[in-house]
Design a protein around this ligand. Structure first.
Ligand SMILES: NC(=O)c1ccc[n+]([C@@H]2O[C@H](COP(=O)([O-])OP(=O)(O)OC[C@H]3O[C@@H](n4cnc5c(N)ncnc54)[C@H](O)[C@@H]3O)[C@@H](O)[C@H]2O)c1
Ligand SMILES: O=C(O)c1ccc(O)c(O)c1
Ligand code: FES
Ligand SMILES: [Fe+2]
Length: 352
């Protein structure tokens, strides 16, 4: 699986609601990053290391004064552009006293940062509009993973694991039993994996939230925008319901957009951002509470499994042998695109 990082890409650093008038520290692609919001509401990102003696500016007693951040060790003070504006006991400020800043885009409830040695230019992060749409109700969270990000990519691109890891929540026998189709849009660099189950058991995650009592038609349409954004268009309808109409309306079905942002922190740590947006029961707080708790449990089941796998793989000699089968085609396509983005040849593994 993939461990090299794709640089010159957008990565989710935080939810917008996490970035405010107190400093937040996140490490992304091994870069310690300080995040905070200026008094006029702009999210800023800069190196989380004082140029003087490396004290972290996200850690107390470092603190904000207006839009400036004051280092908590000897008082070096920096503006939101990273430039040092004051050092203790002298007027002269060395020209080199400045923090590297990172381009920031706030979009679809995420704070995205650009990590690389080039500027993003007009490249924007991929979209997840449901998370801020009035036509959807969204619950979200983030779990830190003590595992390399490629393990989470593999996990999310192959949902057959739901039958085994997530029984009683989102898994049923039909998920692992139903074959998938995989397509890659090479130009856009997007991987599509679809699994359409015509007649399946309805897992509690959907039975409780939609109120459906019997068996269902269940579509899982994955759209992975490497490196960071994963979308699962989930369509649930009572078995035998009509498909979406030609004009795109789909009144007989329930739709859930399951969004993950996979942000590598270090070689063996990852931020696992998750969000579940639904187009039904919009004002029902009980449904929101249920989906939030249920999805957090699902995420923690994956976190536990992937943390275990990380220990196993970290202890294995390099070039250990994997065996891939049909369910892995999406994950292998993702690895190929990620390796291309990271500028390295993908490790070959034949699908048998
Ligand atoms: N899925 C693929 O294999 C594939 C391949 C290439 C390009 N694309 C492009 O990706 C995008 C999505 O493709 P797709 O095949 O998933 O789209 P689709 O229109 O076939 O719908 C599939 C998914 O979209 C959701 N959906 C359908 N009607 C909806 C409605 N009225 N409201 C809310 N959700 C609804 C359902 O959850 C369903 O799982 C499209 O722009 C398509 O052109 C998809
Ligand atoms: O397949 C699903 O429906 C589904 C729902 C919630 C998740 O967090 C997920 O990973 C998959
Ligand atoms: S380490 Fe920041 S002022 Fe000394
Ligand atoms: Fe999972």
């Amino acid at each position: 699986m993939v461990t090299e990082f794709a640089r010159n890409q957008w990565y989710v650093a935080a939810y917008g609601h996490e970035v405010g008038r107190r400093q937040l520290g996140r490490t992304i692609l091994n870069e310690p990053i300080l995040l905070y919001r200026t008094e006029d509401g702009r999210a800023v990102a800069m190196a989380d290391r004082c140029v003087h003696r490396r004290f972290p500016l996200s850690e107390s007693p470092s603190h904000l004064v207006g839009d400036r951040v004051v280092c908590g060790y000897h008082g070096f003070t920096y503006g939101p552009d990273g430039v040092c504006v004051a050092v203790p006991a002298q007027q002269r400020i060395p020209r080199t006293a400045r923090l590297r800043t990172f381009p920031v885009v706030e979009q679809d409830s995420f704070v995205w940062v650009w990590i690389g040695d080039r500027e993003p230019g007009d490249v924007l992060p991929p979209r997840a509009p449901w998370l801020v749409s009035p036509d959807y109700a969204t619950v979200c969270g983030m779990e830190p993973l003590n595992a390399r990000y490629g393990l989470l990519v593999d996990n999310l691109l192959d949902l057959s694991h739901e039958t085994y890891l997530h029984g009683g929540y989102i898994g049923t026998p039909e998920v692992a039993e139903t074959p998938i189709t995989t397509e890659v849009d090479e130009d856009a660099g997007v991987v599509y994996v679809s699994r359409h189950m015509d007649d399946a058991a309805c897992p509690p995650f959907y039975a409780e939230s939609t109120g459906i009592k019997g068996r269902i038609t269940r579509w899982q349409d994955i759209e992975y925008h490497p490196p960071c954004l994963y979308l699962l268009h989930s369509r649930i309808a009572p078995v035998g319901s009509p498909p979406p109409a030609d004009d795109g309306t789909d009144p007989h079905a329930f739709h859930v957009e399951v969004v993950y942002a996979i942000t590598p922190s270090t070689e063996n740590a990852t931020y696992d951002f998750w969000a579940v947006a639904r187009d039904f029961a919009l004002d029902d707080e009980k449904v929101s509470d249920f989906l939030r708790d249920s999805n957090r449990t699902v995420v923690l089941q994956d976190v536990t499994a992937l943390n275990t796998l990380e220990q196993v793989i970290a202890a294995e000699p390099d070039r250990y042998q994997e065996l891939s089968v049909n369910i892995d085609t999406g994950g292998l396509a993702a690895r190929r695109l990620l390796a291309r983005m990271a500028g390295s040849a993908p490790a070959q593994t034949a699908v048998r």
